[in-house]
Ligand binder design. Structure first.
Ligand code: 13P
Length: 253
């Protein structure tokens, strides 16, 4: 069975001191997850190294919230894959809807970033999801299908790829997708991956993101094609985040 992943996307929150304190609380409260799942923290760029110093040697790994697709040069304000590896990252979140919305990231950019990530030995967590209007218009699968296919264009191995389905209308709204709504899209994504990559797609983690809490995650993680969570707001308090990890562990039993 695919092991689960619970990843905390801290977004633009936490100074280094705050991030270190939060990571220390998470490490202190973390149950034994060895062989059962993976916990990932995604602080801001400036906080990566400080958090890495707290988690190194623990089962928790580090992700960036973004990456740039060039190796080096005159790209003011951007961060390369090599820099992120250097800061201790194992994963990079790519194509989050906030980046698509506020920073005009396209599926083409996402694809370049996924390729750069994999070439540099970083594992991409690729975010996809429909807006409220798109769901209302009945084009959720059309939209998500295009996002998945374009993100993975030219990628011939899924081994290091994680997908996060984050319906935009569920992010930060307290309005999470029901387990059945989420599972429908997760299964649809799994089928796309299976069509292109065959049986290895069974092993690909597909995370759900959007107003995940310890209260609603138990029912979500019980669904066949939901392999974990990408958590925003509830990852900013250790108790809430550890509660979500506990729900994931219950899935193993
Ligand atoms: P919330 O959990 O705050 O809804 O955010 C989800 C998200 O965007 C994670 O990447």
């Amino acid at each position: 069975m695919t092991t689960w992943m619970v990843a905390g996307n801290w977004k633009m929150n936490n100074t280094a001191a705050e991030g270190v304190a939060l990571a220390q609380e998470i490490i202190a409260g973390l149950p034994d997850i060895a062989g059962r799942g993976e916990v990932v923290l995604a602080p801001s760029f400036t906080v990566l190294r400080s958090v890495y110093d707290v988690i190194k040697g623990s089962p928790v790994t580090l992700a960036s919230q973004n990456i740039f697709f060039e190796d080096k040069g005159a790209y003011t304000g951007e961060i390369s894959a090599a820099m992120l590896r250097d800061a201790g990252c194992t994963y990079a979140i790519i194509g989050h809807s906030e980046r698509r919305k506020y920073f005009h990231e396209t599926d083409g950019n996402v694809n370049l970033k996924v390729k750069k990530c994999l070439a540099a030995g970083l594992k991409p967590i690729i975010c996809v999801g429909e807006t409220d209007e798109e769901r209302e218009a009945g084009i959720t699968e059309f939209v998500v299908g295009i996002q998945v296919k374009k993100a993975l264009a030219g990628i011939n191995d899924l081994a290091h790829v994680t997908i996060a389905y984050e319906p935009v209308w569920a992010i930060g709204t307290g309005k999470n997708a029901t387990p059945v709504e989420a599972e429908e899209v997760h299964e649809f994504i799994r089928n796309i991956l299976s069509d292109v990559y065959g049986s290895p797609a069974v092993e690909t983690r597909i995370l759900y993101g959007g107003s995940v809490t310890a209260d609603n995650f138990g029912e979500l993680i019980a669904m066949k094609d939901i392999n974990g969570a990408l958590v925003g707001g509830a990852s900013l308090k250790s108790g809430n985040f550890l509660g979500i990890i506990s729900r994931a562990l219950e899935r193993n039993t």
